[in-house]
Write a protein that binds this ligand. Structure first.
Ligand SMILES: [Zn+2]
Length: 449
């Protein structure tokens, strides 16, 4: 961690405070003292100490720092794509004060020593809180379960072979059974490789026109269906990662109606972009699962509104220019997502498809609950002061060259987004701040982003 002096006393006033954990959506004040939320007031002013700094947040949204349950920080092993230092700065710039990194590193995070390595680097060099997912199987090879006891004891918060599915049904069943002992989620990358292998985009009309091999929706859906069946007999806490199809939403909906304990996430890109983004062989729109159709987007948004989908996760997947500046078939899968997440998700709010409180809930309280970290993503007094302030109406143009992330791979270059982060506060310290809101001269702050 870059050590920053937190402000002893900080008042954020006049903003629209949204804290879904407490059902709050009102104009008011948040007071931070010694790195913690001291109080929030939405009705009458509370007494203040003699000395405090002020952030004027009129017309701004003030909410708990975002929690990303699914991202790739690439360290150890792929530091040319991203490091914990650069990835967590990009996260802060996107409003994420807690991120959970996936274990498809080199070596994979399948042993305590690798969990500890990531935690140590994050503590020394990270800008925000890094939680670590451990592997489901040794080496992510799908053959033998990793030692969940060892991983959990070293601080892993979930298990996942993300990037690859667990193809063997018996192994997946054992993983669900075994994980129950630790109360941690299995973050499930659903993809039947027999259907999807060598595919590079969504199977459908666009792929046919482009003469590219498609990945059918049922490659995802058949695995979602299988794992729901397995969860029914095995128990555990199944969490479906990056849901991308209308069929998956239907399967998750009926499983929840049947009382199966499972959760699900969707990414900003699957909520806002269709397979058409690939036209012109745009490798920056190549992602797994692939961008789907307008019909899928509609089902995903309905799923969010109905509570079928619990959380929004970026699946931030940074790559080097070389990984993307090549033939579409050989380009790497993935989108660098931290820095555009809020702006692209706000599109849904401005279009009237999703209300702002639901959006904030899917970025704060609900992912905190999935990770069993209900001490985060809330403004309850005494909680750590992770706070995001954003202007819901500020327009800006996406310029990947301005990304803090090493990964400039975004299909949104040049897009105009409406909704911009202005301040990110982590444990009472301002990580990222806008000149207009903060009178920097009076503060001894070191800005990290
Ligand atoms: Zn995945």
């Amino acid at each position: 961690m870059v050590k920053m002096k937190h402000l002893d006393n900080l008042l954020i006033r006049g903003g629209r405070i949204i804290d879904p954990s407490q059902g709050i959506d009102a104009v008011g004040e948040v007071f931070i003292s010694k790195g913690k939320i001291a109080w929030l007031s939405v009705q009458k002013a509370k007494p203040l100490p003699d000395n405090y700094q002020v952030i004027e947040a009129r017309d701004m949204v003030v909410c708990p720092g975002f929690i990303d349950l699914h991202c790739h920080l690439r360290q150890p092993g792929f530091e040319e794509k991203e490091t914990i230092a650069t990835g967590t700065r990009a996260a802060a710039k996107g409003g994420f004060t807690t991120v959970c990194c996936m274990p498809n590193t080199k070596p994979p995070i399948d042993k305590a020593e690798v969990v500890e390595y990531v935690k140590n680097v994050a503590a020394k060099e990270g800008a925000v809180r890094v939680l670590v997912a451990g592997c489901i199987t040794e080496g992510r090879k799908g053959g033998k379960l990793a030692d969940f006891g060892e991983l959990s004891a070293s601080g892993a918060v979930a298990f996942s072979d993300d990037g690859s599915p667990v193809m063997d049904s018996a192994i997946m069943r054992s993983a669900l059974e075994y994980s129950e002992e630790f109360g941690l989620s299995i973050i499930d990358h659903c993809e039947d490789l027999a259907f999807s292998q060598d595919g590079v985009m969504n199977e459908g009309l666009a792929a046919t026109k482009l003469r590219l091999k498609g990945m059918p929706a049922c490659a995802e859906e058949s695995m979602v269906a299988r794992d729901i069946r397995l969860a029914r007999i095995a128990g555990g806490r199944l969490h479906i990662a990056h849901v991308s199809t209308a069929g998956s939403v239907d399967l998750i909906r009926s499983a929840k109606e049947d009382g199966i304990a499972l959760t699900a996430e969707v990414t900003p890109h699957h909520l806002t972009l269709t397979e058409e983004a690939v036209v012109g062989y745009n490798t920056n729109a190549k992602v797994n699962p692939p961008l789907r159709t307008a019909n899928d987007i509609e089902a995903l948004i309905t799923g969010l509104r109905d509570g079928v989908i619990d959380a929004i996760a970026t699946d931030h997947a940074p790559h080097t220019a070389q990984d993307k500046n090549c033939d579409f078939n050989t380009a790497a899968f993935g989108i660098s997502g931290f820095e555009t997440a809020l702006g692209s998700l706000m599109t849904l709010v401005h279009q009237g498809k999703l209300d702002l409180v639901t959006l904030i809930s899917k970025l704060t309280w609900e992912p905190a609950s999935i990770l069993r970290r209900t001490d985060l993503g809330t403004f309850k007094s005494g909680s750590v002061a992770d706070v995001v302030i954003f202007d819901p109406n500020k327009e800006w143009v996406v310029n990947p060259e301005e990304f803090v992330s090493k990964g400039k791979n975004t299909p949104l270059a040049g897009a105009v987004l409406k909704g911009r982060l202005l301040v990110a506060i982590f444990g009472g310290a301002v990580l990222y701040g806008n000149e207009a809101l903060i009178n920097r001269k009076r503060w001894t702050l070191k800005e990290v982003c």
